[in-house]
Ligand binder design. Structure first.
Ligand SMILES: *Cc1c(COP(=O)(O)O)cnc(C)c1O
Length: 424
């Protein structure tokens, strides 16, 4: 029998605050003071960004990475270094932050959207394959919400069609695919340290360069620094092609050094919490937990489950509203719409008063291009996951989902108590 919901005046499941904490402390302050004492905040002359990258490379077991000013900059830098240029097509995800897309358009290349797996919310390799044309130059994989995408199949496709693979790991620190960290599998991995990610330097980002060729690292490094060639002694300012200034400052590098030390703990808490939610809701009829494929580790930037509306006497929005009333900060969906529904793609205007570069490839974004992605956003409910939460907070989330699901579940057996009678 179902309990009276808080939305109907019943007792809230969660009436105590969620766990919180301070992300920054004296560790960051000490690094910042040292940065200032260097008397330079320029990455090339100071030691902080270099140390930050050394620590990052060690944590990831890689040889090369480049520090940049944002996750958006990281993606653009990877695309630029990969040689993505005018009229190229880049296959990517329709459910992502716009930071994934901006660099594609700044290179005057065009995004092509692949549909998603219904429960991992990551790009479906079969759909990626259908998107490949002679213009395709890269697959820009988004590991959404800390959950690794199907990299084996994506790498196979890339090899077969000679495409670059860029991993957008902005939401997926220390997530692993079959024992390999995401961001180390494709040609490049892109990270963000904006204030909403697992770790923050205010703003900032990193690009991993996974090629064994030092030249690929040099090209990437230069692309984030106006194509100045600063590595190895003399500075070469010969501008061979266009590149932006996406440099990270020593202040960000300093904070990053201290933040990186906290990253493993942050991620392991998030993994434990997300997996716990799945355990607690996986057998509920009509609920699909956030699917993490076997062998992978998800570091949950958020947790997102889906409901099957046909099995409930409520809409997705009503379900989310009921959870909110129970004291759980749930929200309906993630981004309001798949990204190709935004004005930029609908009006094909990457630049004001222009339809370039869409004209070059003839790209149009009409209709239901990625039906599964659109369905995900219509039936998903998102829960925040935070390293400062406690297991009791997570238990309350689970209890609330169970309570709301139980209340709204359609009765299957004729003659059983109707909902109305049980909470009369
Ligand atoms: C946050 C984010 C970005 C952009 O990062 P910024 O640092 O805000 O530029 C790119 N891709 C994804 C998937 C993100 O979540």
């Amino acid at each position: 029998m179902s309990e009276k919901l808080a939305i109907h005046g019943g007792r809230k499941v969660k009436d105590t605050p969620f766990g919180t904490g301070k992300r920054f402390g004296l560790e960051e302050a000490k690094e910042l003071v040292e940065a200032l004492e260097q008397n330079t905040l320029f990455y090339h002359n100071g030691e902080k960004v270099k140390k930050f990258l050394d620590a990052f490379n060690e944590m990831y077991g890689i040889s090369y990475s480049v520090a940049v000013s944002s996750g958006t900059a990281a993606v653009h830098t990877a695309l630029g270094a990969a040689g993505i240029t005018v009229g190229d097509e880049v296959i990517t995800s329709p459910i992502t932050d716009q930071g994934t897309l901006i660099g594609i358009l700044y290179q005057n290349a065009v995004p092509v959207f692949a549909d998603l797996h219904p429960h991992t919310y990551n790009m479906d390799p079969n759909s990626i394959e259908r998107c490949i044309t002679p213009r395709t130059k890269a697959i820009l994989v988004v590991h959404l919400a800390g959950n690794p995408a199907n990299m084996n199949e994506i790498m196979d496709l890339a090899k077969k069609h000679r495409l670059k693979v860029i991993e957008d790991c902005a939401q997926s620190y220390l997530a692993s695919y079959n024992g390999r960290l995401v961001g180390t599998i494709g040609d490049y991995g892109c990270f963000s340290t904006n204030d909403f990610k697992h770790i923050s330097t205010g703003d900032g980002g990193m690009v991993t360069v996974n090629s064994a060729e030092e030249q690929d690292f040099k090209v990437t490094h230069a692309f984030a620094d106006k194509n100045y060639l600063r590595l190895g002694g003399i500075v070469n300012r010969d501008l061979s092609y266009l590149a932006p200034n996406y440099r990270m400052t020593e202040l960000q590098g300093a904070v990053g050094i201290a933040q990186l030390k906290k990253l493993p703990g942050i991620c392991s808490n998030r993994t434990a919490y997300g997996n716990k939610i799945t355990e607690g809701i996986k057998e509920l009829d009509g609920i699909h937990p956030h699917q993490v494929d076997e062998g992978n580790v998800c570091t949950y930037w958020f947790y997102m489950f889906r409901i099957e509306p046909s099995k409930y006497d409520c809409t997705r929005d009503e379900f989310a509203a009921a959870l909110k009333e129970e004291g759980i900060p749930a929200s309906a969906g993630y981004i309001p719409e798949v990204v190709y529904k935004s004005g930029l793609f609908q009006k094909r205007s990457a630049y004001q008063n222009s339809t370039f570069p869409f004209d070059v490839t003839g790209a149009v974004y009409e209709g239901e291009l990625c039906p599964e992605a659109e369905n995900i956003l219509k039936t998903a409910i998102r829960l925040p996951v935070n390293e400062f939460y406690t297991m009791a907070d997570i238990q309350a989330m689970i209890a609330s989902i169970r309570k709301v699901a139980c209340f709204y579940q359609k009765q299957k057996v004729a003659g059983t108590l109707q909902r109305g009678e049980s909470h009369g």
